[in-house]
Design a protein. Structure first.
Length: 317
């Protein structure tokens, strides 16, 4: 591990949007912890980054011995030849080494510790970002398709997964295309944590309505319930807190632009606007959305029987 490794980790920090100073602290702590287990307390271990070379340096007191047998010792010959001509056995000599000068096995141990700590730091950041963006819509670019048909999507701060079971049937995308989806969950796996997205969740439709219709966003119209058959039909039950506002007119928008924008995002999925009513019979009529209803019979088990004109039977079903 040298200046090149430090540079590589700094680039990694920038790509993953991790704090560079935290990465450097992880490196220094990992080296210190590993070497402390092999050195005596009187070694006065110090690990630092050399500002001139950009490499990791290790400074410690080495005990002068006849023949060096391990870390923290220095042979009398080396001590007199490289440090102090008057060095004596039992004396401590301050020794400074670059990290790459240590045995390869020790360096690999340190690298593994650093990798594990950086992975944990990255997972913590993803979790924190997820907490900020959960239950929102994100836009990203499809990077790849996994072995199970899921889309791997770059959403800026990390990669996210749109699994096959969260995709709308008969909706297909290519690598490189942009896509919108709803942040539903976070999943831990062997490669760390990953954000899970959905395009089938009813909340995805709700967020589209909030983004497209100001009266819903500011609370003048409330979404009471959404029933969805992804890719086919969605019914949205609305209630207005302002009697001057017609929920259907507000959602359709000028020349149908608002509702058309939502349908376009859902690739033509049928959207029915249902106006809430405290009158259950009226509510059933509104939900069916047909005019030829002769009678609504409310059953005891919270179901209803509806008698309609023969010509409206298919539409009602």
């Amino acid at each position: 591990m040298s200046a090149n490794m430090l540079e590589a980790l700094s680039k990694l920090a920038a790509i993953k949007q991790l704090d560079k100073e935290m990465i450097q602290n992880i490196i220094l702590e990992s080296v210190t912890t590993t070497l402390q287990k092999r050195l005596e307390p009187e070694s006065e271990l110090e690990v630092y980054i050399d500002d001139l070379s950009g490499s990791i340096k290790v400074k410690f007191q080495s005990l002068v011995v006849e023949r060096e047998e391990g870390l923290g010792q220095i042979s009398l010959t080396e001590a007199r030849g490289e440090y102090d001509p008057k060095a004596q056995l039992g004396q401590f000599i301050e020794k400074t080494m670059s990290l790459y000068e240590f045995e390869p096995k020790l360096i690999k141990t340190i690298q593994k510790i650093i990798q594990d700590k950086i992975r944990k730091l990255e997972d913590d950041k993803i979790q924190n970002d997820f907490n900020k963006q959960k239950h929102t819509i994100v836009t990203g670019k499809i990077k790849a398709i996994d072995d199970f048909g899921g889309y791997i999507i770059d959403i800026g701060y990390t990669d996210a997964l749109l699994p096959l079971d969260e995709q709308i049937e008969n909706e297909f995308y290519r690598v490189g295309e942009n896509i919108k989806a709803y942040v539903v969950n976070i999943r831990s796996g062997k490669d760390g944590v990953i954000i899970i997205l959905s395009r089938t969740n009813p909340e995805f439709v709700k967020k589209l309505f909030e983004a497209e219709i100001p009266e819903i966003f500011n609370g003048e119209i409330k979404i009471r319930k959404i029933v969805r058959e992804p890719g086919i039909r969605t019914k949205v039950e609305l209630e207005t807190t302002n009697p001057k506002i017609d929920p259907i007119v507000a959602c359709i928008g000028p020349k149908g632009t608002r509702i058309d924008s939502i349908r376009k995002e859902l690739h033509g999925e049928q959207i029915d606007i249902v106006v809430h009513s405290d009158d259950m019979e009226k509510m059933v009529e509104n939900a069916l959305g047909i005019t030829g209803i002769k009678r609504v019979i409310l059953e005891r088990n919270h179901s209803a029987s509806v008698i309609v004109e023969e010509s409206d039977k298919v539409m009602a079903i």
